[in-house]
Design a protein around this ligand. Structure first.
Ligand code: COS
Length: 401
């Protein structure tokens, strides 16, 4: 599948109109405009998702967009990770190609824990190469028996001569088999639940690490199961404090959850643009599809679902970037990111389904943009915290407030 063709007639629905909202400043607007011009020129053959992912990482790196995944001190574009920039990048890329968005996002998620907690040596060894695309990053948290229940993980790290020995499995690992390194979360004290987890940076070529078990899913997305067998890493691979891995994982997810919401938003906006073009052009019963009030009502519903998702997404990103009292690391921010992810992914699924329905039979024809989006959106309601986990986070927050 080639990256989506842009529809010609966006009119008032141009995907940059929302940048006038007060959540954004001129630098964000310039970033969005530059990215839109660039991404419209890019066409990548996505028939082989692994090859395409490498190609996107290369192009995104060469063009400088991956620099938004790491801080300036290590080759990044801005002094610190800027959530609104991440949101703009993901929304825009997802509008054009969900796989391009994925390739971008994984560089950020996979290196996020190094940005947050890495030693100067770890940051220097990985972050500049993530920013150029020379190294592909991955975040290895989930296990066959521990998806939503992170504290239930079993992969074990035991102290060994000069470092640690890792034994166990990770699964559903994005970029599995492609990545140059895996930020791997492991139990360092199996009795201590969430307080017995530590993070490690594990290079892909470490003996004992096998990433060859690829998993095939309904939309292009390189995934694998990782096996760690007698896998030795040095003491300098420990990332952050010993037993501090659970919080580090949560803090990393906190940063990127609002950006998952943005990816969903980009896909919903694309489906909406396709639906509007279809409504204007499709003739039936002597008029256009858009002349039917039923269609107008449907477009109205889609537009409201998109706006609700957008405002929550931008609010979460803005809270993290700007507010001293409700910014990063606070329960209010965690809740805002959860509300954004929940609403944007669920709403995008509805919007894309409605758009597909407006295309009739062509909507389910393989290769149609809405058909592709229908498959692309599904996993966003599951990964980086399923909708049920976001509900749990919001419910707990409400009870504590
Ligand atoms: N930031 C910082 N600390 C956090 C945090 C956050 N966002 N969320 C939780 N913590 C802390 C808690 O404060 C608690 O600290 P103390 O031990 O000092 O009290 C500790 O972490 C444990 O928190 P909690 O009791 O809430 O943990 P649970 O085991 O109940 O798990 C959920 C909570 C379900 C929210 C968590 O496991 C989760 O997010 N699961 C989904 C994981 C996910 O996204 N998987 C996808 C993998 S990436 S594709």
């Amino acid at each position: 599948m080639v990256a989506f063709e842009h529809p010609h007639a966006h009119g008032a629905l141009a995907p940059t109109a929302h940048l006038e909202l007060p959540f954004f400043d001129d630098a964000h607007r310039a970033l969005a405009n530059g990215l839109v011009s660039w991404v419209r020129q890019q066409t990548v053959d996505e028939a082989d998702d692994r090859a395409a992912c490498r190609e996107w990482v290369q192009r995104l790196g060469d063009a400088g967009w991956l620099r938004y995944c790491v801080p300036q001190a290590h080759g990044g574009a801005l002094p610190a990770l800027d959530s609104r920039a991440l949101v703009i990048l993901r929304e825009t890329l997802a509008f054009h190609s969900p796989l391009a968005d994925f390739a971008f996002a994984m560089q950020g998620l996979g290196s996020g824990a190094i940005t947050l907690a890495g030693t100067p040596a770890q940051r220097a060894a990985y972050l500049p190469d993530v920013a150029t695309g020379r190294k592909i990053a991955a975040f290895a948290l989930s296990e066959p028996e521990a998806g939503s229940d992170v504290a239930g993980m079993r992969l074990r790290a035991t102290p060994s001569e000069g470092g640690w020995r890792l034994d166990g499995q990770k699964t559903w690992i994005s970029n599995g088999g492609l990545a140059d390194f895996y930020v791997t979360f492991a139990k360092t004290n199996p009795e201590a639940g969430a307080r017995g987890i530590s993070a490690f940076v594990v290079d892909a070529d470490t003996p004992g690490l096998d990433s060859s078990a690829h998993i095939h899913v309904m939309a292009p997305h390189p995934l694998a199961t990782l096996s760690y067998r007698d896998c030795h890493v040095g003491a300098d691979s420990l990332l952050g404090s010993e037993h501090g891995g659970f919080k580090l994982a949560m803090q990393t997810l906190d940063i990127f959850r609002a950006s998952v919401a943005a990816a969903a938003l980009g896909m919903a906006r694309r489906a909406f643009a396709e639906a509007v073009t279809q409504a204007r052009s499709r003739q039936m019963f002597g008029q256009t599809l858009g002349d039917f009030q039923l269609t107008q009502a449907r477009l109205g519903e889609m537009s409201a679902l998109i706006d609700a998702a957008a405002v929550l997404t931008y609010r979460a990103a803005w809270m993290r970037d700007c507010s001293a009292t409700s910014g990063a690391g606070t329960p209010a921010y965690t809740a805002a990111a959860a509300a954004a992810k929940l609403t944007a992914t669920e709403n995008a699924q509805k919007v894309i389904d409605m758009a597909l329905q407006m295309f009739g039979g062509r909507g389910v024809q393989v290769g149609n943009v809405v058909e592709h989006l229908y498959r692309d959106i599904r996993s966003l309601r599951i990964y980086e915290g399923a909708s049920e986990v976001q509900l749990l986070i919001l419910g707990k927050h409400a009870l504590k407030a």
